[in-house]
Design a protein around this ligand. Sequence first.
Ligand code: 6PG
Length: 263
Amino acid sequence: MTGGGGGGGAAPSRPAAEVLTFSSLAALADAAAERFIAAATTAVAARGRFTVALSGGSTPKALYTRLASPGCASRIDWARVHVFWGDERCVPPDHASSNFRMAREALLDRVPLPAAQVHRMRGEDDPPAAAASYERALRETFPEGVARFDLVLLGMGDNGHTASLFPGLSAVRETARWVVAEHVDEVGMWRLTLTPPALNSAAAVLLLVAGRDKAAMLAQVLDGPRDLDRLPVQAVAPVDGTLTWLIDDAAAANLAGERRRSS
Ligand code: 6PG
């Protein structure tokens, strides 16, 4: 594994991010699981609860599978965990594309997490209404008016999207609402997504990226100029929290210098 300060470079407004690379998706998932466990342990000790926003995608799924294993699951006080989502596809919760379903099958059904503490986005409802309803739920969870998740997990698409902040659309520019609904022509469906003000209020964000198909985009995102409309994932910049990229060697292949190498 290699660490590199960075994320700054040409864009002084972008806060420092940590970039860690791993030799395989399994090693990446192990490291992400350790960070999840540490964040949960610290939050529960400090505040009696752990609030986490989950992501869809194949790379986060590898983490969920790891977290559900006895060696990891037994180290988390699930009775104090509150699970949210960073985004959802507008499909019913049992649909094969549902982010909720993926997380339920990979993790939530396998650990002693109280059902009342699983706060899914309602992909089966009218999208704008579902977004408004999720925003209300979040504002009840964070009555102080800041969406201070202890941890936000994100992936990155090979088109530079994260959560459901897609290139060329307006969600990435939202400055007031915490949750919006948007029709994404590129994928032919409505999406619900947390917005930058919500994502960037987190105490910690982990961005998980694996696979050769992400390499060209990742180099643009990390080493290129800031361009939110084309590279929405660049909007992830916690105002008072940490941003850590966990990437595998395949995704890191086009990065500059030190960041490319794992050990
Ligand atoms: C979604 C996700 C999305 C995902 C990325 C990366 O609902 O589509 O939340 O933002 O994390 O597309 O997905 P992969 O890891 O599968 O490439």
